[in-house]
Write a protein of this length. Structure first.
Length: 334
């Protein structure tokens, strides 16, 4: 069982824990994005360099997003190892414990839990919590940790960190693109990250089924409040008809953000292959004045100020009304 003793934002304590233990289980959130997968891989490679025994685990059986297929994730487990309860649990890019898996078995069994993240509303569920809310990405937090550990930036580690950084900053266009994030990008390129390979793999290798899903999203998009709010949705039947995995919906919401005048956009999707499963809702804001994570938290979700999400058993119409009402309330106060 994990100890109730907790420390928060202590880089040295986390580094000491990684040095003093030998076996680790690395996890990230379900339906992973680039920061989740890049951070997971970077941590695995860093622990390898330190001579540690570590396993990567991702909950669920949904395929990984197609655009990350070029990443060397062959060792990624979809079932926990039998000795999971004997390994230090390292959670990466997880705002709360439920994002690792629906139940908390891994957390309860782990002898020690280390929580490394950059979500400002992180629940600090670890025994050690290294949460830097103003960091551009979890990869930025890891870079500082690796420097503390004396881990060399090999081309492989640099590229994993770069994938995480470039995706979570929206190709260095979101407001979390700080001077530190840009300096980190330069450092990672100097260390061997292949910018062109990453760009081709993530942004120029889109499966045709994803383009068809995008067409559905754009066709169904509705505007509210004079175009300041845009909402769209994907049904379970869309994934079936187009033979598209749920992972293909990753990133589609960003196309809604392009709408002129949109201050907030939302996308509702029904998970395929799981009849009756809760609908997943993604929220994005165009500026830092509107905190969409506050809206998500009202439905037990969370995330960043400009990117958040939650789940709901309500209908698409009911969810849309909730989003609309909360948007009006939030902007009335702004």
């Amino acid at each position: 069982m994990s100890s109730p003793q907790k420390t928060t934002n202590d880089l040295g304590a986390v580094a000491d824990a990684l040095r003093s233990h030998d076996r680790f289980l690395l996890v990230t959130h379900e339906n992973p994005d680039g920061d989740a997968l890049g951070s997971l891989l970077a941590m695995k490679l860093a622990l390898d360099a330190l001579g540690k025994d570590s396993e990567m685990y991702l909950y669920g059986d949904a395929p990984l997003p197609h655009e990350y297929g070029f990443m060397p994730l062959e060792g990624l487990r979809r079932e926990p190892p039998e000795d999971a309860g004997e390994r230090v649990l390292v959670a990466l890019d997880c705002a709360n414990e439920q994002r690792m898996a629906p139940d908390t078995t891994l957390l309860e069994q782990a002898p020690l839990t280390i929580d490394i993240d950059h979500h400002h509303d992180n629940s600090r569920f670890g025994d050690l919590n290294l949460v830097v809310g103003d960091a551009s990405s979890t990869s930025e937090v890891l870079r500082d940790l690796f420097a503390e550990l004396g881990v060399e930036l090999t081309p492989e580690i640099a590229e994993a960190l770069y994938i995480a950084l470039v995706t979570d900053t929206g190709r260095f266009q979101y407001t979390n693109t700080t001077p530190k994030a840009l300096r980190l990008a330069a450092e990672l390129v100097e260390a061997g990250a292949d910018v062109h390979r990453v760009f081709q793999g993530i942004y120029e290798s889109i499966g045709f089924a994803k383009l068809k899903l995008l067409a559905r999203v754009l066709e169904r998009a509705q505007v509210y409040e004079g175009g300041r709010l845009v909402v769209s949705y994907l049904l379970r039947s869309d994934f079936t008809e187009l033979r598209a995995a749920e992972a293909y919906s990753e990133g589609l919401i960003d196309y809604l953000r392009m709408a002129e005048g949109a201050e907030m956009v939302a996308m509702i999707r029904e998970p395929p292959l799981r009849e009756g499963a809760a609908r997943r809702i993604s929220l994005r804001a165009s500026n830092d004045e509107l905190d969409v994570s506050a809206i998500a938290r009202k439905s037990d979700g969370g995330g960043h100020r400009q990117a958040a999400g939650f789940s709901s058993d309500d209908s698409v119409e009911e969810i849309t009304k909730f989003i609309h009402d909360e948007f009006v309330r939030a902007t009335a106060r702004a």
